[in-house]
Design a binder for this molecule. Structure first.
Ligand SMILES: Nc1ncnc2c1ncn2[C@@H]1O[C@H](COP(=O)(O)OP(=O)(O)OP(=O)(O)O)[C@@H](O)[C@H]1O
Length: 288
């Protein structure tokens, strides 16, 4: 497990919960960016030809935003998230996370990371998995207990702490991995296609739950997805990427407010944004 997977920072650090519909609007952006990338480049040296995974990425993400990265396979979404998390080093440009280098941000446990697969340790119970980052941090038992209970409650897994991962459904396992990522209350949550492997009904449900969690905690979330409806449903902004080399094709504001019932997906506003994202993907892909 990446050392900072899971991590919350100090409790009560967040700003007030998002309540009004307008609070997710782009106008709410402000202050120093949580993530600031300038001219970011990453070329992987491989045995045959170098792979230009990221090219000239300029991106600011502000506190409390929910930003999705969408684009065709191989356009560099995961690589960008991994650069933020200090799992990859850029070969050019600059990036800061909470005003620090990704390396410092990792050491300060500035973010939690949720992987595509739940990546829970099968020999540990759910609560022991959630507690793992806290054990690494040397948090005392009583505080661990408090944070485990809080985390399981946040993701709707109260009562399942003593189960082992294999006793839970895929969706529940993924929720447990989110609880682990939240266990030390990071302001920033990096999520790499966390619901990609789940069936549509479970995915819808977890989308709703994630949105509620985001509204309740005012965290900044960066979310990788292949799904246009998922990106539009969840995000305040959608970063459309294009491949070879991976770059930002377009950034689309998703001004739907923070109260988003699932049936918002049938509204003209939602469909108009989804259409723009699809057009952006098509243009960036160079099919036309
Ligand atoms: N460690 C690596 N070494 C060499 N090439 C790599 C490495 N990691 C990623 N790549 C390449 O970099 C490019 C971007 O990969 P990345 O996984 O970031 O794309 P992605 O948009 O997340 O794709 P997907 O949607 O399929 O997950 C791809 O061409 C990939 O093959």
């Amino acid at each position: 497990m990446h050392p900072s997977e899971g991590l919350p920072s100090s409790p009560g650090k967040g700003s007030p919960s998002r309540t009004g519909k307008d609070s997710a609007k782009p106008a709410a952006r402000g202050g120093a960016p949580v993530i600031a990338a300038r001219g970011l480049d990453l070329v992987f040296a491989t045995a045959d030809a170098p792979v230009h995974a990221l090219k000239d990425i300029d991106l600011d993400i502000f506190r409390g935003e929910f930003v999705s990265l969408i684009g065709p396979s191989g356009c560099g979404k995961t690589t960008l998230l991994r650069v933020v998390a200090d799992l990859e080093r850029p070969t050019g440009g600059a990036i800061t996370v909470n005003g620090m280098s990704p390396d410092e941000a990792r050491r300060q446990r500035a973010y939690g990371y949720v992987f595509q697969a739940a990546a829970l340790y099968p020999w540990r119970t759910i609560e022991k998995n959630v507690a793992l980052p806290l054990e690494i941090m040397g948090i005392d038992r009583a505080e661990q207990r408090r944070r485990i209970d809080q985390g399981l409650d946040l993701v709707g897994l109260t009562g399942f702490g003593r189960k082992f991962p294999w006793q839970l459904s895929g969706g529940m396992q993924q929720r447990a991995s989110i609880a682990r990522a939240l266990s030390f209350d990071p302001d920033l949550l990096l999520m790499d296609e966390p619901f990609g492997a789940l069936d549509e009904i479970v995915r819808d449900h977890l989308n709703e739950e994630l949105l509620k969690l985001w509204a309740k905690t005012n965290k900044t979330i960066v979310f990788v997805t292949h799904s246009i409806p998922e990106a539009v449903f969840l995000s305040t902004r959608i970063v459309v990427m294009s491949p070879r080399p991976g770059k930002i094709h377009e950034i689309i504001d998703c001004d739907l407010g923070s109260e988003r019932p699932l049936d918002i997906r049938d509204t003209p506003e939602f469909l108009a944004i989804a259409h723009r994202v699809r057009e952006g993907l098509r243009a960036g892909h160079g099919y036309d």
